[in-house]
Design a protein around this ligand. Structure first.
Ligand code: ZN
Length: 184
């Protein structure tokens, strides 16, 4: 099933999400639905709070970005459950970012180019993996959703002001995008 995506202003996006309990029902199905919801909206990452579930889980699939320059993205599809970022690399890069919960907003955000992450997949297999570059950025973006943060929290006050009217419209439930959303 395809879920509506919760937009800026929905309180669940600002809550610290709870760990996924071991007996959480039908995780593989939920992961599958999260991918479907994300593909439908042309996203490459989606966190559970963005579909209204305050649990520590997100999905990423960068395979649409695979090309000769980035063949490694071909199998860049992961489900992250109860993830922990164990290490942030010292190098950073500032790149444009968007978010399905902030339609129409793209801003530069500074992120580490490497993260080491411990997580479980949808079958409760434990993994520890290093992610680089775009994958590292996606992990950091999605991880923030689990702590009730959004990428616009990381931009400068000036840039925030530039987006004020757009954000204000979202708070009034006025959103212009082609996937289905839930607003306040
Ligand atoms: Zn996001």
């Amino acid at each position: 099933m395809i879920y509506p995506i919760y937009v800026y202003g929905m309180p669940v996006l600002r809550k610290v999400a709870q760990p996924v309990p071991a007996d959480y029902p039908e995780l593989p199905l939920l992961a599958d639905d999260m991918f479907k919801t994300m593909y439908h909206a042309d996203g490459v990452g989606l966190a559970a709070p963005q579909i209204g579930l305050s649990i520590r889980m997100f999905v990423i699939d960068l395979s649409v970005m695979a090309d000769e320059k980035h063949p490694e993205f071909k199998d860049a599809k992961r489900v992250f459950i109860n993830p922990e970022i164990l290490e942030f690399g010292p190098e950073t890069k500032t790149q444009d970012e968007g978010c399905l919960s902030l339609p129409g907003i793209n801003e530069s955000v500074k992120r580490s180019t490497m993260v080491r992450v411990k997580y479980f997949d949808e079958n409760w297999n434990e993994h520890e993996e290093v992610f680089n570059d775009f994958f590292a950025k996606a992990v950091q973006h999605e991880y923030e959703h689990l702590d009730g943060k959004m990428f616009i929290d990381n931009i400068s006050p000036v840039r925030r002001t530039m987006n004020r009217s757009r954000l204000h419209s979202m708070l009034k439930g006025k959103v212009n995008c082609r996937y289905s959303v839930k607003t306040v």
